[in-house]
Design a protein around this ligand. Structure first.
Ligand code: BES
Ligand code: ZN
Length: 891
């Protein structure tokens, strides 16, 4: 059996076809037992059966082969669970017969508290603490609940039966077909599923309420949640019903199961999980409360629901062949979720907000320690780490890039075809490209391989020379180092107006474009003259002479303009000639180039100054993030200018915040509601005294009356952050009041809001108390990461010391999934000196392991990048004057 050890994939001599699974959980003892009958097709000569299992004890195993004349039963001579490889090897005396056999297994396990496999989650009902039993199998934890061929291409049907206390509700992928009560137990039998992958199997057992609705073609959809919270399920229910109908039309394929349940789970490691027919969610991602949820919470619910339902087609019906193609699932679901959300809520301008996804993708992929979209996976342990911004955000962004290159209609037709062709089967990245290539006639495979098989992305340098635009691509790295990648870049260019536009494929390193010729040939001389006077490019008019590449920011690349073009763009932004997406792109590229020391901080500041009249939510939200990050690095580089820099940012941001005020105006937009919260929060952090004082006043009104209209949900985070700015170890009352809010609410979104504000306190001693609180039994381990997000510059050293002192405990509590990686990235990557990078390396030298390896390298690389940036800022000569002018200037 040695030959089976250390393999990435299971051997293929036995193929599972059908699982009949019986589970009997004991919710109070936190244990379960199970029996399995798996129909397996033995397709190769073998004495062994090798499947996955982990953390289970196997009590009995045998295989029988029945035909009309005989029934042969085989008992294994050895049953070995190889913990390291998470496989179960059954060795038999004789070679097994070919054909279908029934493998019977009896096993037992623990309902763990690790939020994976078959686990327990806790909740309170009428003051009493209760357990529920929940499964989370993706990527590779079905094997912790029952032995199985736990790989996505081993699709089989599942017939599930549960034996549970009669008063509980049991849910699984399929509808219940029978319930038999026997004393205080009942046996619940579910209808057999169509073929599906093991990672999508699900079971939930507990006490719940639900709300129900139906799709236009009659599929029942339910939202389950804790008793007493059903009103909070209605929004998600409505989104789900509409989205199912929309996807049915978009993919030209109906939803494939007889029902859809969605359920909020109090302890849940990810945001949500697309189990076939039984989608599980964190409470924050499913429940929406009219009074106490913010607009951002509402949007999150819609996006998450749309994402998980997209998987019912893209992922569940058509499944990736192996985890290397995980991005097909996640990148696609992410992209489609925006499509659905845009159709349901056009006023949210969600495609503009999509740019935050692209930015996150670009941010991670700007690291040398990034990885290609299609990534090699050699061990189950490595899979968790690829649920990252590359698979999701770069994945979704390159899909958007391709869609905009091919056109929406051709793209949709291809997708429908792809779903039809691979339904109930598995597919690889190339299979999708083939279908798209067939349908569009474009060289999709060649184009996209450059984006999915190599890591990184280009920055396109553009220069103007007479009437020629000259392009040059080279790999962009945030460290500023050169990279040697090359891409096929779908370039788009606009000149002075969105009507004058050119699309071309940049296949090589260099390319040129004759602007005059282009305008002459596309519009004719007469129309050229007309365009130049009515909005087209006009070199004599700075507002009309701008050149913008990556129009609408649909491409996954950055652009660096020469000085001349950069000035023209800045003027165009000031004159409000550009769309929100393009304004966002110019700002974000400029920020990234600045970090990579490819342009000065002064030039970034003058660009930022051009956004002083900006009102668009997404653009301002980006401006806020850029300001926060720059304020942090500048405080390390030039502490003596720190106050002035903050003053400049306050100047930029406070006027629109003043217009929005603290309370919603009647009929105001969803986006203004989100913007209000973000603006007030950042102003509080920068120490804007008017905001600060008003925030604290409103907070205390809220503390007296949680239903006061003085502090609507959208503004609470701002108030909480403001309160934490006033807290110190000698004056803890604000902190204690916030803990009261945390303890007294039963709305998870409120708890998360409080957690996210606590560590923003400037007193490191308080930060230490906050960290201790995060690890206490009052905070579910799923939520501790939100507390880390708020750690600021003043607290980071304390947090790092705390991480070192408590590493063993943190590892024990969070080490079994991807949550642990958040501890590392949140605490380590904000540092900005070479000494710190060294210290971190040294600490982890003896503590590294496969599940944190990638994150650790990435976090250390970020420290180097920050350190280099700090140096370059220190060397910038004219910065002082620029900052003084911007800080003291009146708007
Ligand atoms: N398939 C994932 C859930 C998942 C994540 C399982 C990581 C195992 C490991 C699910 O579809 C998902 O992507 N959820 C996201 C939310 C989504 C809106 C981006 C999540 O959990 O954050
Ligand atoms: Zn997903």
């Amino acid at each position: 059996m040695e030959q089976f050890k250390g393999q990435a994939r299971l051997p293929k001599f036995a193929i599972p076809k059908r699982y009949e699974l019986k589970l009997k959980p004991d919710l109070s003892a936190c244990k379960f037992t199970g029996t399995l009958e798996i129909t397996v097709d033995i397709v190769g000569e073998t004495k062994f059966i090798v499947l996955n299992a982990a953390d289970l004890s196997i009590q009995d195993a045998s295989i029988s082969f029945r035909n009309l004349s005989s029934n042969k039963e085989f008992w294994p001579s050895e049953v070995v669970l190889v913990e390291q490889d998470e496989i179960l090897v059954l060795g038999f005396y004789d070679v097994l017969p070919l054909g279908d056999g029934i493998l019977t297994l009896v096993f037992a396990g623990t309902l763990n508290d690790q939020m994976k496999g078959f686990y327990r989650s806790t909740y309170e009902l009428n003051g009493e603490k209760k357990n529920m039993a929940v499964t989370q199998f993706e990527p590779a934890d079905a094997r912790r609940c029952f032995p199985c061929w736990d790989e996505p291409d081993h699709k089989a049907t599942f017939k599930i039966e549960l034996e549970i206390p009669y008063e509980l509700i049991a849910l699984s992928n399929m509808p219940v077909i029978q319930e038999k009560v026997d004393g205080c137990l009942k046996t619940v039998t579910f209808q057999e599923s169509p073929i599906m992958s093991t990672y999508l199997v699900a079971v939930v057992i507990g006490l719940f309420d639900y709300v129900e609705d139906f799709t236009p073609d009659g599929t029942p959809v339910r939202v389950y949640c804790q008793i007493g919270k059903v009103n909070q399920g209605k929004f998600a229910l409505d989104v789900a019903v509409k989205t199912l109908d929309l996807y049915k039309r978009y993919f030209s394929t109906p939803y494939s199961l007889p029902k859809l349940d969605m359920i909020a789970i109090p302890d849940f490691a990810a945001g949500a999980m697309e189990n076939y027919g039984l989608v599980t969610y964190r409470e924050t991602a499913l429940l929406y409360d009219d009074r106490h949820s913010a607009a951002a919470n509402k949007q999150r619910v819609a996006i998450v629901v749309a994402h998980e339902l997209a998987h019912q087609w893209f992922g569940n019906l058509v499944t990736m062949e192996w985890w290397t193609h995980l991005w097909l699932n996640e990148g696609f679901a992410t992209w489609v979720s925006y499509l659905a959300t845009d159709s349901l809520f056009p006023e949210w301008k969600i495609w503009t907000q999509f740019l935050d996804q692209t930015t996150e993708g670009l941010r991670l992929d700007g690291l040398a320690e990034s990885h290609p979209i299609e990534v090699e996976v050699n061990h189950a342990r490595e899979i968790d780490e690829i649920f990252d911004s590359i698979s999701y955000m770069k994945g979704a962004s390159v899909i958007r890039m391709l869609q905009s290159y091919l056109g929406a209609e051709s793209f949709q037709r291809s997708l429908a075809l792809y779903i039809k062709r691979y339904a109930c089967s598995n597919a690889k990245t190339d299979d999708l490209w083939d279908v798209l290539e067939e349908e569009s006639g474009e060289p999709v495979n060649m184009l996209m391989s450059s984006w999915t098989k190599q890591q990184g992305y280009p920055v396109v340098y553009v220069k103007i020379n007479d009437n020629m635009l000259e392009f040059e691509q080279s790999q962009f790295l945030s460290s500023g180092s050169p990279g040697d990648g090359q891409w096929i870049v779908p370039l788009t260019v606009c000149f002075g107006s969105y009507d004058t536009r050119k699309n071309l494929l940049l296949r090589d390193k260099f390319e040129k474009l004759d602007m005059g010729e282009l305008m002459g040939s596309s519009n004719g001389i007469a129309s050229l003259m007309e365009t130049s006077s009515s909005g087209g490019c006009d070199v004599n008019n700075p507002k009309r002479s701008w050149v913008k590449l990556n129009v609408d920011q649909t491409g996954f690349y950055r652009v660096k303009y020469d000085d001349e073009l950069a000035v023209r763009l800045r003027l165009a932004i000031e004159a409000n000639c550009l769309t929100a997406t393009d304004k966002y792109g110019v700002l974000d590229d400029s920020y990234a180039l600045c970090m990579a020391c490819k342009q000065t901080l002064s030039s970034l500041f003058s660009l930022m100054d051009a956004y002083r009249e900006e009102h668009d939510y997404t653009v301002l939200s980006r401006l806020i993030s850029v300001s926060s990050k720059v304020a942090m690095v500048a405080a390390d580089a030039i502490p003596e200018l720190s106050d002035e820099i903050k003053q400049f940012f306050i100047n930029l941001l406070h006027s629109y915040a003043g217009k929005l005020g603290w309370e919603p105006k009647s009929g105001e937009s969803h986006l203004d509601a989100m913007l209000r919260g973000e603006l007030l929060t950042v102003l509080a952090v920068f120490g804007h005294d008017v905001t600060q004082a008003e925030a604290v006043r409103r907070f205390y009104a809220f503390l007296d009356d949680r239903n006061t209209t003085l502090l609507p949900a959208d503004t609470r985070k701002a108030a909480y952050v403001a309160v934490m700015q006033t807290v110190s170890i000698s004056n803890k009352s604000g902190y204690e009041s916030l803990l009261r809010v945390y303890r007294e609410t039963d709305l998870s979104q409120e708890k998360v809001r409080v957690l996210g504000s606590l560590a923003s306190c400037p007193d490191p001693d308080i930060v230490l108390e906050v960290l201790k609180f995060l690890m206490s039994s009052e905070v579910r381990s799923q939520d501790a990461i939100f507390g880390l997000a708020g750690i600021n510059r003043e607290g980071r050293e304390t947090a790092w010391r705390w991480l070192k002192d408590n590493w063993d405990h943190i590892l024990k509590t969070f080490g079994s999934g991807f949550l642990i990686t958040r501890f590392i990235s949140a605490i380590v990557s904000p540092f900005s000196s070479e000494e710190k990078a060294h210290e971190v390396k040294e600490f982890f030298a003896s503590r590294t392991m496969p599940s944190i390896k990638r994150t650790l390298k990435q976090s250390i690389e970020r420290i180097h990048i920050n350190a280099k940036w700090v140096q370059s800022i220190r060397n910038e000569e004219s910065l002082r004057e620029v900052v003084k002018e911007l800080a003291y200037r009146k708007y």
